[in-house]
Write a protein of this length. Sequence first.
Length: 404
Amino acid sequence: MAKAYTYLAAGAALILMALPAPTGALGGGYESPPTFSPSKILPPDLLRSPYHTIVGTVPIENYLGRYQMQTKYGTFTVLGAQLLRMRVHEVAATAKLEQINGAETLVTSAGRTALKPLETAKDLVTAPGKTLNETMKGVGGWFNRVDASMAATDPNREGTVASLTGGSKARRKLAFDAGVDPYTTFEPLNAELTRLASASAIGESGVNVGLAFVTGGAGIAISAGGSADTLRQVLRDKTAAELEQLGREKLAQMGVSQGTIDALYASSSLTPTDKAVIVAAMMQLGNASGREIFVARTAQAKSYSEGFAYRRKAVLTAAYHKKIAPVRSFVAVGGTPVMQTAKGLVAIVPMDYVYWSPEVESLVSSAGPHGQLWITGTASPLATQNLASRGWSVVARADSRLGK
């Protein structure tokens, strides 16, 4: 039997025509979470592809669909349609990477030493095609990476030695070409990136041509507001330690306290990419106050599922700020960062399907009598009605409306 891996994430987007209302109800007028057929709630590209099929039923758990993604690598439990979209892209990239048969395929005569680190004093002086000045600039960057790696605290970063070798750089370039997270938590993709990055050099033409089929899906994996291309390049060119160093500087400039910054980078519930996306999104909010509230809550994530939810929330918040109304500040409502905007109080929460529950009622009751709830999926008629009676409107499929 194929080994099953479970990856839970707490943010997702359902691109649906309609959802039926829950069939069950709890005491006190609350609804119970429903169960759907995959074909009723997923678009065709998420339902199946040459590399995956969604099997079984889809229960709603904590407002997210729980999907069983069957692949040649095993069956994976994926919580949330947004994460499912990323996993579908990752499994396609994994299959394509499998077709590359190691160093003999990757290395070309033109690029044989493209990613090899300089190893000796002689190399430093006689590196072909480089002036001494250019070489010394490269050496300076080498030592900067040592400094960054020694100071880094991210538990998911590369080690000091790995961050200086061609293998680490090769992995990041492979991920860039495939449009995937170099620090992916999808184990089959992680294994393929590791296998291929172990080669001492990568031929530019071989990799780029071989992976042309999977490009274009990077937005779902690593975008942040309008900075997807720039962020992809940063993830390619910077080690995790360097990302942390840069992120710490940017957060401090936003007024985030040192303790909160330390807590964020000490978290094992977010990958280095997640943290970079969150920092990039917060940077796009201009002079919004209270960003420490958002970062501090994110740092408390107890699982990958929570961390992914706050990554998605950050991306959607940046898009709202740019396209709908400026974010003036954050306030904490029951532990959830809620935005004060030019249009009033707005809660952006990654949810696939919202039904009327004690948790939803508590959120809006604590926040106040008027506001908007932006969700990535849809809401039941009863939830929509009860929220409206309390002065709250529901904006469904927020990711589609925000282009994220």
